[in-house]
Write a protein that binds this ligand. Structure first.
Ligand code: SF4
Ligand code: SF4
Length: 429
């Protein structure tokens, strides 16, 4: 029986691991559809933003709840090491033999985190469905996005309850001195809840303990396979995303070297080597393969928290633009292309079919979204690239913008007056 159980366990682990690996490889391939771009890594930024969640603490209550879920989930799943060893070798609580009396302390810590995760998931559910926090009520989240957020909360609660239930049944079996259930000592939380199973017979307790054990491992494997389709992919991608995030000043835009070369030559300013070697190709971006790999990594890392949209002046004044939706649309387009065997020639493009002209024109390039994002995502870079394509390749700028462009060319300012008159206002006063 123990051998059959070990074989089933190993097969499940292999199948779950294989499909998860395939899905993550597909995401990597989708990100690499983007253009090459040199990015310096920044370990300090990654530690502060992804590990330390520095920006999250602008709003302390959700930050603490999020920290409980994040740390709790990671810590409790260390238990998976023991489950995997026990599953393959047919042992039971193998780590209790290695850690001795410290094992009780370890599992008690895991249990405290499990309770914190359950509490935080309930609080997040209440924020979404009872308090109805504004940024979670937007039209961006209609359909799958809303269901996805709820699904993960339910799954995390189920996994944590399974973990506690497994320990409770195990402790009861230990008290009954059941075979294969060695005495480990009392765990902090589950020992005070064992009365729930007080009337259970030994065989029913074994059933509960085994059911919870299998539920835990199968739940984790399913979670791993669901992650690539979910916004919760950020629990992994937040790390590389913050590592490669630009720490340049917000106002410093990514210039096009081929255009800078032309402008500098007109002004008689010396050009750099990289500007000289720049060859004019397509200006801006029409589809995902015109964006950089970092823009695409941004889209896969987005947590859909809506902090960017809540700060966006265009959105706040009723315009159609939502930086969160820009990231979600970019990801949707990537998934669409991946589902067609990476064929982007399907007559569709990110610009037009997923992100409209109206959304782009509403952007003021203020960088408020970039500043608000807890994991350094930059929706403005994508918006700017799409705008560049619209204006420089399709000459589709609004008339008022064209007037501003010619004023810049002739008067070196957005207004139509001579540069020599620029300080007249000071003389008049
Ligand atoms: S840069 Fe554009 S998208 Fe971002 S907050 Fe400002 S107006 Fe909104
Ligand atoms: S871009 Fe950043 S702030 Fe905006 S929804 Fe995504 S993770 Fe949240």
């Amino acid at each position: 029986m123990a051998i059959i159980s070990s074989v089933i366990f190993a097969i499940l682990l292999g199948i779950g691991g294989y499909f998860a690996f395939k899905s993550f490889s597909k995401i990597r391939k989708s990100i690499l559809l983007g253009k090459d771009e040199k990015r310096e890594g920044n370990l300090k930024n990654m530690v502060l933003m992804a590990l330390g969640q520095k920006k999250m603490f602008d709003k302390p209550i959700p930050a603490i709840l999020h920290l409980f879920i994040y740390v709790g989930f990671l810590v409790v799943n260390i238990e998976m090491v023991e489950i995997v060893i026990d599953g393959i070798f047919g042992t039971h609580r193998v780590l209790s033999h290695i850690f001795g009396s410290f094992y009780v302390v370890l599992i008690s810590i895991f249990e405290c985190f499990a309770v914190a995760v359950i509490f935080s998931c309930i609080a997040f559910w209440i924020r979404r469905h009872v308090v109805k926090v504004n940024r979670f009520q937007s039209a961006d989240l209609e359909g799958f996005a809303k269901k996805d957020a709820d699904t993960i909360l339910y799954v995390e609660v189920i996994l944590m309850v399974a973990f506690l239930s497994m320990n409770m049944a195990d402790l009861q079996l230990q008290q009954l001195k059941a075979e294969h259930y060695p005495n480990t000592g009392n765990f902090l939380i589950s020992s005070s809840l064992t009365s729930i199973y007080a009337d259970f017979s030994a065989s029913n307790l074994v059933l509960v303990e085994r059911f919870s054990w299998w539920l835990h491992i199968i739940g984790v494997l399913m979670f791993l396979n669901y992650l690539p389709f979910s916004k919760h992919l950020h629990i992994m991608l937040a790390f590389p995303n913050t590592y490669y995030a630009s720490t340049n000043l917000y106002g410093q835009m990514k210039n096009m070297p081929e255009v800078t070369k032309e402008v500098k030559s007109m002004l008689g300013v010396a050009t750099t080597e990289s500007e000289n070697s720049a060859v004019a190709g397509k200006f801006g971006a029409k589809d995902i393969q015109d964006l950089s790999w970092k823009n695409l990594l941004d889209a896969y890392s987005c947590t859909e928290c809506g902090r960017c949209t809540a700060q966006c002046p265009a959105n706040l004044t009723g315009k159609k633009l939502s930086p969160r939706k820009i990231m979600m649309s970019t990801r949707d387009r990537m998934e669409d292309v991946a589902s067609k065997n990476y064929n982007a020639n399907d007559g569709k493009s990110l610009l037009g079919d997923y992100i409209s002209h109206e959304e782009l024109l509403a952007c003021t390039s203020c960088n408020a979204c970039v500043d608000a994002c807890p994991i350094n995502i930059n929706p403005l870079e994508i918006i700017s690239e799409l705008k560049r394509f619209k204006i420089m390749e399709e000459s589709a700028a609004p008339q008022s913008w064209n007037m501003m462009f010619s004023n810049l060319e002739t008067s070196f300012s957005p207004w139509k007056f001579s540069p020599s008159d620029r300080f007249n206002w000071a003389k008049e006063s």
